[in-house]
Design a protein around this ligand. Structure first.
Ligand SMILES: NC(=O)C1=CN([C@@H]2O[C@H](COP(=O)(O)OP(=O)(O)OC[C@H]3O[C@@H](n4cnc5c(N)ncnc54)[C@H](O)[C@@H]3O)[C@@H](O)[C@H]2O)C=CC1
Ligand SMILES: O=C(O)C(=O)Cc1ccc(O)cc1
Length: 306
């Protein structure tokens, strides 16, 4: 495979950045990868496991001469990181991010990007409940979607180059506008996480009256919820704080449906329940047919060979 960017800088060295690094190495997608993480402990870990060609002690040093700068920090930290690196960006470079929310990133990061530097946000629709520099693996993005969300008037050559980069990491790409992105992600990712957090919280409350039975007898469905509810608290706090409108809107629809099902149970309307569950089963089948089933229970996924 050919090198898409000669020098790539990764800011934030967690699950997504480390997976990008291993995928870049696998496909020879970048000539040189530098990395920076805020904590000295993360930088030490990165050096120990060979994550990045150079681990820098400042963001300034990491982005120097970079053709692509990837912001891979929680959404709430994107703007301050962009502000800090702005004076050191090379003319003609591209800044991208991998944040789970796009409207806020565009409005908060965009103003910090200097003239002559391209800004092309992106969002890989792939992840796990694990975080940190040791959780990444090269195959994370294989056959998964990466949504590309260019601001109005973005340079087409820079956008296509970033798309080529994500394809080289194994992903399929699709362009979206930020409002649509945030609505779609509220449905397919953000609300499901909120529901998982709530279900596990309810079970934890109940545990106090059921003498550990929730843990002892937990069935597969509940275990799937606990996997999702083990996701990084900082990352998910930021997702809900920055995708407020779409999540509130979708949560409203969700509670309406929940009340409808509650009513069907109370009134003994088996037909309605059966019809509903038949419809949702078909959705699962269509996901499997599309080959997007990498979220099936697999508690050892992060141990996949890098
Ligand atoms: N975890 C997932 O499944 C997915 C996450 N994302 C997005 O990717 C981004 C990164 O997520 P992960 O790699 O999972 O997170 P992570 O928690 O594994 O890594 C985050 C990194 O950012 C650093 N960081 C945190 N606050 C910072 C700050 N204020 N300044 C500088 N560095 C800071 C941390 O030290 C760490 O190195 C987030 O914006 C998240 O929304 C996107 C797709 C999937
Ligand atoms: O682990 C899971 O089930 C996920 O849903 C991963 C994920 C988390 C956040 C994103 O913005 C995209 C994908």
């Amino acid at each position: 495979m050919t090198v898409v960017y000669e020098k790539v800088a990764l800011i934030g060295l967690g699950l997504i950045a480390s997976s990008m690094f291993w995928a870049m190495k696998r496909g020879h997608v970048a000539g040189h990868v530098s990395g920076y993480a805020r904590s000295a402990e993360t930088r030490d870990t990165a050096r120990r496991i060979g994550l990045c060609d150079t681990v820098c002690d400042s963001a300034e040093e990491a982005v120097k001469d970079a053709d692509l700068v990837v912001l891979a920090v929680p959404v709430g930290a994107m703007a301050s990181v962009a502000q800090a690196i702005a004076p050191y960006l090379k003319a003609g470079a591209t800044v991208t991010d991998v944040g789970s929310v796009k409207g806020t990133v565009l409005s908060a990061v965009g103003p910090h990007i200097p003239q002559g530097v391209h800004f092309v946000p992106a969002h890989p629709m792939a992840g796990t409940e694990h975080s940190g520099p040791e959780s990444g693996f090269a195959t994370l993005f294989d056959n998964r979607w990466c949504l590309i969300v260019p601001p109005e008037g973005a340079d087409e050559t820079a956008v296509v180059r970033l798309e080529d980069y994500w394809k080289a990491l194994g992903a399929n790409i699709e362009r979206m506008d930020p409002e649509h992105h945030d609505l779609v992600c509220a449905v397919v990712s953000h609300i499901p996480h909120l529901i998982a957090y709530t279900m596990v919280g309810v079970a934890d409350d109940l545990q106090r009256v059921t003498d550990q039975e929730v843990i002892r007898f937990s069935a597969a469905g509940f275990r799937d919820f606990t996997r999702i509810a083990a996701s990084d608290p900082t990352m998910w706090r930021d997702v809900f704080l920055t995708n407020k409108d779409a999540t509130i809107e979708m949560l409203g629809r969700f509670t309406e449906e929940l009340f409808a099902l509650q009513r069907a149970i109370r009134t003994g309307d088996g037909e309605q329940l059966h019809a509903y569950f038949t419809r949702t089963r078909a959705i699962r089948r269509s996901i499997l047919e599309a080959g997007q089933d990498t979220d099936a229970p697999d508690f050892g996924r992060a141990k996949v060979e890098r």
